[in-house]
Write a protein that binds this ligand. Structure first.
Ligand code: SF4
Length: 331
């Protein structure tokens, strides 16, 4: 909800944001900016990875801070306007050893389903899977059918292996108490060759999906400005065709695609404590159009534009054009 908290600490809670799969989602970012990740995906909406790591990291904030931030956010929100509490943001949430403990703490404060979005890079570690078991829904990334594609698309830290990811996901499948969704980001490219949209790759990804047997397969495409300018989103009819391929092969799993349905209604807020910080809290985690910010924060676009213009003058936001629209993000 807010970008800043006590004594200048960035709040770990942001949004709610409208998510295509999770509806109105209140975000929890256990690794506040700068972006800390095991990957540096070519399509990442957060720009290049600042802190690229290959294993678990020391948390800068713990359960106490997250619960404090959540308590403040909930005081300003109508809980019935939230569909999910989602661990995501500017860092890979599974990097934090205390993730499971924090999830249980959040559960004691709000009766909403809890989702974790993960890049799957460390699911081969038993400790990471134990933490994920606490969630109601794990949305795990798998964009690449093999190691060379993983290296080209996700650009992982050294030592992260595709075979470990697949094996970890198969183990996670058997261990999760809630649901497991596999999310695959399909994209094309202005640069010859760099894409996962070809017969062989799609065929291999469908076979991996059959092995992993998730509850759901989510077919996605980058709809926000990507880290690398050559990345292109797929047209809805191509996304739909790919989703049909998966539906035909992944018999046990429900298949959904980015264009199946729109996110829910605008979240209802009771009040705003600090609109500037709330706007910064959102764009620090994802590039947004002014209309996205207005919808998430239940503000008029005019008010949002006023705040964005002030922040631009202060050098605290930058603008980027993508698919003919203006997006705002951290500089
Ligand atoms: S898309 Fe996710 S996994 Fe990939 S670099 Fe960005 S934050 Fe990391």
């Amino acid at each position: 909800m807010r970008g800043a908290s006590d004594m200048g600490r960035t709040s770990t809670v942001y949004g709610p944001v409208l998510s295509w799969r999770l509806g109105r989602s209140l975000g929890i970012d256990v690794l506040p900016p700068p972006k800390t990740c095991t990957f540096d995906c070519v399509y990442c909406q957060l720009g290049r990875t600042v802190r690229k790591v290959s294993g678990l990291v020391q948390a800068q904030v713990g359960k106490k801070e997250v619960l404090e931030d959540l308590g403040k956010a909930l005081a300003l929100l109508n809980p019935s306007s939230i569909d999910y509490v989602t661990f995501s943001g500017s860092g890979e949430p599974t990097l934090i050893p205390e993730l499971g403990e924090i999830i249980e703490g959040v559960r004691s404060l709000i009766e909403k389903p809890i989702a974790v979005l993960t890049n799957s890079s460390l699911v081969n570690l038993a400790e990471v899977r134990r933490n994920l078991v606490a969630a109601d829904l794990v949305v795990a990334k798998l964009d690449a059918p093999d190691q060379p594609a993983l290296e080209a698309i996700n650009r992982p830290a050294e030592g992260i292996l595709h075979e470990d990811i697949v094996e970890g996901l198969m183990r996670l499948r058997n261990e999760v108490r809630g649901k497991l969704a596999l999310q695959i980001m399909f994209f094309e490219s202005r640069v010859g060759g760099l894409t996962n949209v070809n017969e062989e790759m799609i065929g291999n990804l469908t076979r991996l999906t059959e092995l992993i047997e998730p509850d759901e397969v989510q077919i996605n495409t980058p709809t926000r400005p990507p880290s690398e300018g050559y990345v292109l989103a797929l047209r809805p009819n191509l996304i739909q065709a790919i989703a049909e391929r998966f539906s035909a092969s992944a018999r046990q799993s429900k298949v959904v695609s980015r264009y199946d349905k729109k996110a829910g209604d605008t979240p209802k807020r009771i009040g705003h404590e600090d609109v500037e910080s709330e706007v910064l809290g959102l764009i620090g985690r994802r590039s947004c159009r002014a209309s996205d910010i207005a919808a998430s924060l239940n503000l008029s676009t005019e008010v949002v534009m006023e705040v964005l213009n002030d922040l631009k003058i202060q050098g605290r936001v930058s603008e980027i054009k993508y698919a003919g629209e203006e997006y705002y993000r951290s500089p």
